[in-house]
Structures are given as structure tokens and as C-alpha cells.
Design a protein around this ligand. Structure first.
Ligand SMILES: NC(=O)c1ccc[n+]([C@@H]2O[C@H](COP(=O)([O-])OP(=O)(O)OC[C@H]3O[C@@H](n4cnc5c(N)ncnc54)[C@H](OP(=O)(O)O)[C@@H]3O)[C@@H](O)[C@H]2O)c1
Length: 295
């Protein structure tokens, strides 16, 4: 079924995913891309005024407080940005009959330490840190307020703009930087994820919003790997000679716990026959070409 969408408001349009959303949507839609100075979702009143004034048909919220260790140190801000601001957005959408696309995370899972198979949309979430709890609570606020929503859970993002919250870096760029510094690199081999190229994710979101099959979706590139496996593949493709050691996560002292396995499966996209995501290794090559690391 088709969805009639003309005007889209993208929150976090200059972020890693936001940048690619703008690229893939600007040809076909009228886009509103306010900066955080113009629209800060933690200012509830101004956010509602902005939405009422511009009346988009659909809002894509990529904004989050997503530095996992900082979230653990500052739960108030985590719940403000990832939960209460999302609740406010959902209420504004309800009032004006606007479709909400909200970006969530694989970190809503992880409580099951024995898990070894990908999580589908049918699995019961269970986060292991404040970031995951606050994002899951944001999801619940949307589900409880709205009928017309797409909650998109994704993981391990890499895109040419780089992650704003990580100083415009992402895992791929961090590994390349360390390799160039010729240091010994230690990478965790006991945390598994599904790395995802934001360009493909943005294109997949574009397909999804043409439909009115609302609900929760897992959207990642296919396949899975540990962070060590991811790093090895980057070095292999770029032919970089690196002393890269696989280590246990217990060697890194982090404030927040991480899931040991949070791989997602795009079950609902497959059922709808609209899963356009490639294997993460293919997506990585496309990214490295787009970024100019590979010819
Ligand atoms: N990065 C990952 O590996 C990953 C994995 C799974 C899920 N996700 C989810 O994917 C989404 C996008 O991630 P990303 O890597 O594209 O993040 P990003 O590069 O940090 O971009 C986030 C954007 O949101 C904006 N923003 C933050 N707080 C805001 C606020 N209060 N009001 C308005 N805008 C605000 C940021 O602007 P400023 O920088 O100016 O604050 C930035 O433009 C997030 O929801 C995250 O939870 C990310």
C-alpha cells in the first residue's frame, strides 16, 4: 500500500545518517532540515511550535544522546533526549496526523547472555545499559501514543559524514587512523554486531516510507561479525599491514556494559519482500569507495 508523503522534516540532518537521508530523499521530497539551534528536541514547547508551523507529512528523528558511556554517567540527559523528547515528538505527530520515523538501536537487546542467533522484531527486548533502556522507553512512548510510526532499529553505523557524537569518526575511520599511526591495535572479539552503511539504510528507509506498513523494523546490512572481524576486513580490503590483536572485552574498562550479541535480522523487510540491504562486507567496500579509501 502507498503512503502520500510530500514534505519531510529530518531531525539531525547533519548527522551521520541524517546526511545520507538528505542525499537520498532530496530529489523526491520537499525537505526541512533545521539545525539543532533551530530545533532542539529537548525544548518541548519550541519543538511543537516548529512542527505546527511547518506541518510536515512525515518526521524522521535521528537525534539521540548515544555515547553509551556518557549515557551511563548522565541518565537524566539520556531519558530527556532518548525518551521524553521522543514522547513529545510522538504527541505532536498525533495532534497533526504526522507519520513518525524514529531511529532506534540493537542495544535494546543484550540481556540474554547466551544468545547466538539474530534478533527479529518478534523478540522481547532487554537492554543492558542506560542508553538501551532510554531508547527502548522512547520506542514504548511512540507505540503507546501513535498508530502511524516506523521504529527502525539499526546497528554499527558507518557513513561518509562520520558520527557527530564521536567527533565525525566511525569505527571504520577510527581503525584506518590507528593503522596509519602504526600502533598495535587491540579489538574486541567477543561482541557481535551487524555493521550498517548509512547510505543503504537511508535508501531502505526511503522504500519503507512509501508504504503504510507501520511498526517496528530491524534494518541492518546482512551478516554479522565481532568488532575484531570488522577491523580485520577493513585492513584486508585496504591491504593495510597492521598488528591487530583479538582481545576479550574484559580488557577494556568501560562504564557501561555492552551486549555480547546484538545482531539483528531484517525479518519484516524480508516478509514484505522489500529488503534491499546488502551483506556488510559489500556495503563496507561501497563505503570505502565513496569515502575515497578504495578505487
Ligand atoms: N552510530 C551508531 O553506530 C548507531 C548504532 C545504532 C543506532 N544508532 C542510532 O542512529 C541514530 C543516528 O546516529 P548517527 O550516527 O547518525 O548520530 P550522529 O552523527 O551523532 O547524529 C545525530 C544528530 O542528531 C542531532 N541531535 C542530537 N541531539 C539533538 C537534540 N536534542 N535536538 C535536535 N538534534 C539533536 C545531532 O546534532 P548535534 O551534533 O549538533 O548535537 C546530530 O545532527 C541515533 O538515533 C542513534 O541512537 C546509531
Amino acid at each position: 500500500m502507498k503512503n502520500k508523503i510530500e514534505k519531510i522534516l529530518i531531525i539531525g540532518a547533519d548527522g551521520q545518517l541524517g546526511t545520507d537521508l538528505v542525499k537520498v530523499l532530496e530529489k523526491d521530497y520537499q525537505l526541512l532540515t533545521p539545525s539543532i539551534e533551530e530545533l532542539d528536541i529537548t525544548d518541548f514547547e519550541k519543538t511543537r511550535e516548529h512542527i505546527k508551523k511547518h506541518l510536515p507529512d512525515l518526521i524522521i528523528n535521528t537525534a539521540a544522546f548515544h555515547n553509551v558511556d556518557e549515557c551511563e554517567k548522565n541518565p537524566e540527559r539520556s531519558f530527556l533526549v532518548n525518551t521524553l523528547a521522543v514522547k513529545n515528538l510522538a504527541e505532536a505527530c498525533k495532534e497533526k496526523d504526522i507519520v513518525l520515523v524514529h531511529i532506534s538501536t540493537d542495544y535494546v537487546f543484550g540481556l540474554d547472555r547466551n544468545r547466538k542467533t539474530p534478533y527479529t522484531e518478534d523478540d522481547l527486548p532487554g537492554p543492558v545499559n542506560i542508553y538501551g533502556i532510554s531508547k527502548l522507553a522512547g520506542e514504548y512512548c511512540i507505540q503507546y501514543t501513535l498508530d502511524k510510526y516506523f521504529i527502525v532499529r539499526t546497528a554499527g553505523l558507518f557513513g561518509v559524514a562520520g558520527c557527530k557524537e564521536k567527533g565525525r569518526l566511525n569505527f571504520v575511520e577510527t581503525m584506518i587512523k590507528l593503522a596509519k599511526e602504526e600502533r598495535e591495535i587491540k579489538v574486541k572479539n567477543d561482541e557481535f554486531t551487524s555493521p550498517t552503511y548509512t547510505r543503504e539504510l537511508a535508501e531502505q528507509i526511503k522504500e519503507l516510507i512509501k508504504t503504510n506498513y507501520y511498526g517496528i523494523y530491524h534494518i541492518t546490512n546482512h551478516g554479522e561479525c565481532s568488532w575484531y572481524g570488522f577491523a580485520k576486513k577493513i585492513f584486508e580490503i585496504l591491504n593495510l599491514k597492521v598488528n591487530c590483536q583479538a582481545v576479550s572485552s574484559s580488557q577494556f574498562q568501560t562504564i557501561a556494559k555492552r551486549p555480547s550479541y546484538s545482531v539483528l535480522e531484517n525479518k519484516k523487510l524480508k516478509e514484505l519482500d522489500i529488503d534491499r540491504m546488502s551483506h556488510w562486507e559489500e556495503a563496507l567496500k561501497k563505503y570505502l569507495k565513496e569515502k575515497g579509501h578504495l578505487r
